[in-house]
Design a binder for this molecule. Structure first.
Ligand SMILES: C[S@@+](CC[C@H](N)C(=O)[O-])C[C@H]1O[C@@H](n2cnc3c(N)ncnc32)[C@H](O)[C@@H]1O
Length: 261
């Protein structure tokens, strides 16, 4: 199995070549609800989910970035069905995170503008890696903590000062031309996710040297960021046109694109 390589094929074919327990982390955004026409390709969700479980190491993570289309006046709910299916086949639903778009496309219909997609975090058992992003505590320096006793009285107790805490699970990103990435060529793909999203997720759930897989690589965002973060990576992309976009994008940062193991 070659690493640091894009496989121009159905991801099921790529995964067939992988031994079990081979991948540390999967970061991907599947095609959802035919919302966009990816050259007419469709995907076999249930088979893919089962293969992801097989190829993932114990404690490995799948980050599944997905939203729902509206169909005949109703949201499809596909994202929820998929999340529950992942649970049915043995994954833990470790965290339901939100990818919030600061500047989304306006949406029509009797509902508020669609501002977010889900970023489901599925794990194969307890996550083996968690390097949380932290922020400064707002009340940094408070030394007294109070809680209520049995009779409703306020009790004070001394607590150790904490200066940092992990951030919340809503991730805010601005998107669009020149913001999601500076690589102009990437925008020839209709549905890229921002590089910062890939950066945050890969840093959180993997370590240097780990293998990151994106079964729906599109314009190559996961591969590019994984490479810059000194991870190894594998991508599958069914459309030749998109593979060419991704390869051109990656050529700039990767001199020796192929590495054999
Ligand atoms: C939402 S896009 C991914 C975009 C990517 N995250 C990026 O930043 O560029 C989904 C991609 O999956 C590809 N695709 C659809 N079915 C596939 C399959 N069975 N195997 C591999 N790729 C597939 C589509 O051609 C499309 O490029």
């Amino acid at each position: 199995m070659e690493l640091n390589k894009i496989y121009n094929e159905n991801c099921l074919e790529t995964m067939k070549k992988m031994p079990s327990q081979f991948i540390d982390m999967v970061l991907t955004s599947p095609p959802y609800d035919n919302l966009r026409d990816y050259k007419g390709y469709f995907f076999q969700f249930e088979d893919i989910a089962k293969e992801l479980f097989r190829i993932l190491k114990k404690g490995g993570i799948v980050i599944w970035v997905v939203g729902d289309a509206s169909d005949n006046g109703s949201e499809t709910g596909t994202s929820f069905r998929q999340a529950l299916y992942f649970k049915d086949i043995g994954f833990y639903l470790n965290d339901t995170m939100i990818y919030y778009k600061n500047n989304p496309m306006p949406t029509s219909g009797p509902r508020y503008h669609q501002h977010f997609e889900y970023m489901f975090c599925f794990s194969k058992g307890q996550p083996k890696t968690f390097n949380p992003i932290v922020e400064e505590c707002k009340y940094n320096g408070l030394a007294n903590m109070k809680n209520r006793g049995k009779k409703g009285e306020l009790n004070y107790k001394k607590v150790e000062r904490t200066t940092e805490k992990k951030i919340g699970n809503v991730f805010f990103y601005s998107i669009g031309g020149g913001i999601s990435t500076i690589d102009k060529i990437a925008y020839n793909h209709p549905a890229i996710f921002p590089e910062q999203l890939a950066f945050d997720q890969i840093k959180t759930w993997s370590n240097e040297g780990d293998i990151i897989y994106d079964p729906f690589l599109g314009s190559g965002t996961t591969a590019k960021v994984a490479h810059l973060l000194n991870r190894k990576w594998i991508g599958s992309e069914i459309s030749k046109e998109y593979v060419e976009i991704a390869e051109k994008r990656l050529e700039k940062i990767i001199k020796n694109l192929f590495e054999k193991v």
